[in-house]
Design a protein around this ligand. Structure first.
Ligand code: TYD
Ligand code: MG
Length: 479
């Protein structure tokens, strides 16, 4: 039986609640909670209230839909269906590469990243790029929908980015059905939704940004994309734990997951694919955030190395390690300071104390460096924590560099575990780590001798792999 229910939804952030609140419990805005009536035969599905008419409206039609097709007939269609929306220019090239060569029509792409990293800027620029299209192409429209900012605020940003195209439409809304209705009416080449945490589907319980809403909204967007063949780019904020807020299941629903990352104290931004149904997940796009938005960096080596240059010109005691987070490789910088006659013996930050003690003892015993009378400080830059043994060699190199007062030359990274005999040992996913270094313009990587061979056939472009048996060899190679 039909039963109407009233939910109160905050106009500002999309938070919904069974009760009315004078101040939104989610965003704190005053007087923004507005009542909405959901009329439908609510049914309970595994504890979740789902309104049938809402969910059904974006489901594919049951009759008259596609039927199974012969594989050999599919081959004939491949060329045509392989078409991707091109993204021209230097900026576009970076995005295109991460996507695996252009935006696939009908795909749902999730772009995650910390607040403030530049997701809105990136997607506004992509939308504008597609809207600008090229003369020979069919008129391409783009629609940028924001549940976070007003049309004026987006306009302001677009003005700063010098976007002039007449084919870019802005819309501020948090209601998914309303958004998709508008999108369908405009029939654009691309839809951008900023962000998944602010949109809601009427009739689905839970607040916007909550697990159920995020999942249902994403599913609705996926059905929309598949049904209309219009690609949808979706922004998602990342929580402190590093997951895109909401259920992990979100990553399984979408076709492509991209993460945008910024390095501290620097204007460069990295875009990497962690899931891609249409391409490789090892791709990396590099951008620079400027006053007029994101600029593609086709040759990252210059940028990365020049930024480091000013530092390591005077600084001994810095070494770069590569750590893995799931399938993603990250560079982190280890700093060491050796002070003769210091009253503090050892102080470590971001490195396991026992591991540091072991590495220091190995350097003393196996490499013959007289660290005994030194106070040793270890720090991992930007507050990251080095828990992998793959960072051992970078820790050792940083200590040696500081002790010998010899800065490590630019563009060298260290990837190896250090054993008690001072020997360098293999670490997991070495190839991935080395490839990330190569893409970022590093020129040399110190690896265990036994791993050197595996790189002879597939030496990453422009990169030298240096195998060392033990710490002594590493010191002779680098210093
Ligand atoms: P934004 O895209 O709002 O980040 P997100 O959507 O991920 O939260 O970008 C935030 C930062 O980018 C902000 O600190 C200002 C900076 N920025 C520039 O430096 N130049 C620009 O042209 C723009 C538009 C933003
Ligand atoms: Mg934003």
């Amino acid at each position: 039986k039909g039963k109407s229910r009233i939910v109160h939804v905050c106009e500002s952030c999309g938070y919904s609640d069974g009760q009315w609140w004078g101040t939104c419990k989610h965003c704190g805005e005053i007087g923004t909670m507005k009542p909405f009536t959901t009329e439908s035969a609510n049914r309970k599905v595994s504890g979740i209230q789902v309104s049938e008419n809402v969910v059904r409206s974006w489901l594919p039609k049951e009759a008259g839909g596609p039927t199974p097709i012969k594989l050999t007939d599919v081959y004939g269609q491949i060329d045509e269906s392989n078409w991707r929306i091109p993204l021209p220019g230097v900026f576009g090239a970076e995005v295109e590469r991460v996507l695996g060569g252009g935006l696939v029509p009908g795909s749902l792409v999730l772009v995650g990243g910390d607040p403030g990293v530049g997701k809105s800027t990136l997607l506004l620029q992509i939308a504008a790029l597609i809207a600008e299209g090229n003369a020979a192409d069919v008129p391409a429209r783009a629609i940028y929908v924001s549940g976070e900012e007003s049309v004026e605020q987006i306009g302001n940003r677009a003005d700063r980015l010098c976007i002039k195209t007449e084919e870019l439409f802005l819309y501020s809304s948090t209601n998914i059905e309303d958004i998709l209705e508008q999108a369908k009416r405009l029939s654009p080449r691309v839809v951008v939704i900023d962000s998944i945490q602010t949109v809601y589907l009427e009739g689905v319980t839970g607040s916007a940004g909550g697990d159920v809403q995020v999942k249902e909204c994403t599913s609705a967007l996926l059905r929309f994309a598949k049904k209309t063949n219009i690609p949808v780019l979706l922004i998602g904020h990342v929580t402190k734990t590093g997951d895109i807020a909401g259920p992990r299941v979100l990553e399984h629903i979408v076709d492509v997951v991209l993460y945008m990352e910024g390095e501290k104290y620097s204007s460069h931004r990295l875009l990497r694919s962690v899931k891609n149904r249409f391409g490789s997940t090892d791709e990396l796009g590099v951008f620079k955030m400027s006053v007029s938005g994101l600029q593609g960096v086709p040759n990252p080596s210059e940028m990365f190395l020049s930024e480091q240059h000013s530092d390591s010109d005077y600084l001994a005691g810095l070494a770069v390690a590569v750590i893995m987070d799931g399938s993603r490789a990250f560079l982190i910088e280890v700093q060491a300071l050796c002070v003769a006659g210091s009253s503090v013996q050892r102080h470590v930050n971001g490195v396991q104390g026992s591991r540091a003690d072991m590495i220091i003892s190995v350097i003393i015993k196996q490499a013959g460096l007289k660290l005994q009378e030194n106070g040793i400080f270890l720090n991992v830059v930007s507050g990251a924590t080095l828990t992998e043994t793959a960072g051992d060699l970078a820790i050792a190199a940083a200590i040696c560099s500081s002790f010998l007062e010899f800065p490590i030359p630019n563009g060298i990274a260290f990837v190896a575990e250090v054993g008690l005999g001072g020997e360098l040992r293999l670490v997991p996913q070495l190839e991935k780590r080395v490839n990330t270094l190569a893409k970022l313009g590093y020129k040399k990587c110190i690896v265990p001798k036994s791993a050197e061979k595996s790189f002879t056939d597939l030496q990453p472009q422009g990169m030298q792999i240096l195998g060392c048996k033990n710490l002594k060899e590493m010191i002779n190679t680098v210093f």
